[in-house]
Design a protein around this ligand. Structure first.
Ligand code: GTP
Ligand code: MG
Length: 200
């Protein structure tokens, strides 16, 4: 199981404040956003990132160890360029204590479950509570039901997830890293919700 990319995991030891290396010609509308993915092991976090960053799906790669870092830019319709600095965390229980190193200071969090796994939906709720307690104030939180291609084995209803998301002020979307369904939309919706710098 696993879709960790072949990019080596970069461990920053938790020093994950966003550096200020925007190029001199960067437009003032351009945004940089630290984004973290959280969720149970095997729900498809690494596959979602790999699909978004490289347009690939690799069903044979490994579980994430610690965390891995990737970045990707996205151009919005209003011509804003958003650079996502993405921390893909490891969902295995033994890594749970590391999570704060990655979500601290994050502008957005994607909490992922697998639509065929009620346990993973419970785990997602655990991460939402943790982010509410310890995440940045105003963090953009998104609930993602992944593996939507496995709808024949669905065991978390879209309605339940939508209701939960609404109660917790989250955007909700179902995706498939395998078919690429809703993957770009997921990141576009996050980009639209990021706070814009106040005009000067
Ligand atoms: N059918 C289907 N399988 C998927 C999808 N996304 C991921 N998978 C499979 O689910 C397994 C786990 O995917 P990963 O992306 O490695 O899971 P993860 O959440 O990163 O797991 P950890 O790194 O351990 O936290 C892999 O075998 C993937 O091929 C999807 O959208 N549909
Ligand atoms: Mg992973």
């Amino acid at each position: 199981m696993g879709c960790s990319s072949s990019v080596p995991a970069r461990n920053t030891g938790g020093l994950n404040t966003i550096s200020n290396d925007s190029s001199p010609d960067a437009s003032s509308k351009d945004l940089r956003a630290k984004l973290v993915l959280l969720g149970d092991s095997g729900v498809g976090k690494s596959c979602i990132v790999l699909r978004f960053v490289r347009g690939q799906f690799d069903p044979t790669s490994k579980v994430t160890v610690g965390a891995s870092f990737l970045s990707q830019t996205l151009a919005l319709e209003d011509s804003t360029i958003v650079k996502f600095e993405i921390w893909d965390t490891a969902g295995q229980e033994r890594y749970a204590a590391l999570a704060p190193l990655y979500y601290r200071g994050a502008a957005a969090a994607i909490v992922v479950y697998d639509i065929t796994s009620p346990e993973s939906f419970s785990k997602a709720q655990y991460w939402v509570k943790e982010l509410q307690k310890h995440g940045s104030p105003g963090i953009v939180m998104v609930l993602v039901g992944n593996k939507a291609d496995l709808h024949d084995n669905r065991s978390v209803s879209s309605q339940d997830a939508q209701d939960y998301a609404e109660k917790n002020n989250m955007f909700f979307i179902e995706t498939s890293a395998k078919t690429a369904d809703n993957i770009n939309q997921l990141f576009e919706e996050i980009a639209k919700r990021l706070p814009r710098p106040t005009a000067s």
